[in-house]
Design a protein. Sequence first.
Length: 467
Amino acid sequence: MVGRVAPGTVELEEVHRFPNRPVRVGDTLHWDVLALYQGVLDGLRAAGPVASVGIDTWAVDYGLLAADGSLLGNPVHYRDARTDGVPEKVWQSLPQQELYAATGLQYAPFNTLYQLVAAQGTPQLAAAEQLLLMPDLISYWLTGTAGTELTNASTTQLIDPRTGDWARGVAERLGVPVSLFPPLRRPGDAAGELRAEVLAETGLEGPVPVVAVGSHDTASAVAGVPARTDRFAYISCGTWSLAGVELDAPVLTEESRAANFTNELGVDGTVRYLRNIMGLWLLQESLRHWAGQGVRFELSHLLAQAAEAAPLRSVVDAADPGFLAPGGMPERIAQACRRRGQPVPRDAAETVRCVLDSLALAHRQAIEDARRLSGREVDVVHIVGGGAHNALLCQLTADACGLPVVAGPAEAAALGNVLVQARAAGVINGGLTDIRSLLHTTQPLRQYEPTGDGTAWEEAACALRSS
């Protein structure tokens, strides 16, 4: 994505798109990181002259480097099964309550901490001199300069969200060497310049600085929320739904831990207080399964059919880790309905309606819990990311939450990334309020008002909690 920014204007242009296909080798699921890096180089070549570069990606995963800077094996994908049973092992040494009080991170079996404990005793970890989270690895290959960007580091379960520094006590108790991580950077910090070899391969003329942005894509997406006040909740909705509120300080109470809320760090010292929900992964995997069976649906047609299906006939827990792995999603949804004594979806449209109703319910519960646990009042819900294009999901979320939903921009992560770069270059000034005001006035947005009295949603939420 190329961003063009001037005072009062911001535009995005997609210049190159490339696939991101995990690869299974034996029993292990990997990222095809070299193909991704080649896609980045191709994108820079297509972009033409640029003033700077910023990188944001998914969180938690990493590459290990040898003393000479070479990559030790392909990075493992967070959906791999290597952390099965590892959290329980960790909790024997460091109880969940203590771990949460120190790091504020919700339980997820793929957190970097659990991945590193799972990797203990492996030749790669034993030989590693440095560990780079995925956006930092791409940045290192582009610049030759290593660093650890803080918003992504905060997803490792090795950062103290109160200090923004390493939770060294946690690492020491679990035998995790934080010395593998290079120095911390914050959004807006310089991260180096494109190497001469990269300039030659991409046709760019140097110097081209690489700027640390909110390198966890959700951090950039939340920076890209076009909110007009601080009384908002956000849902960064794509493969995952990240639903919560923005705070000035973490919430580290036992009640917050029990509700499985996370305190991830954001741009300008903010805290992203949120819950991870499985998101449109449920829909994406269902479509992939049907296509593998030789049945390809036009998504717009399928969503129109789902809109006509009986509402709240079947709902599942969209945060259930049983939906994490790829494969066979429609049957797993059906099994979840059977376990809850609910009607099983009879066709693809009813499966999609089950997914979207379930996501709307999960959004409702996450926002209600975030308000209650943080004390932050919410007047509006912002849906950013690809889910902003799903009108049915946006309307169902407004109905479930009983609040207006503002949908867009779909490319919030890219916009948040670009605007942090522009601010670092002095093209724009101000804080998040100014960035969001610019987005509100320049981006196409759509508002959905709640319909109905909410009784059916309350009954469905109560039933889901009690099952």
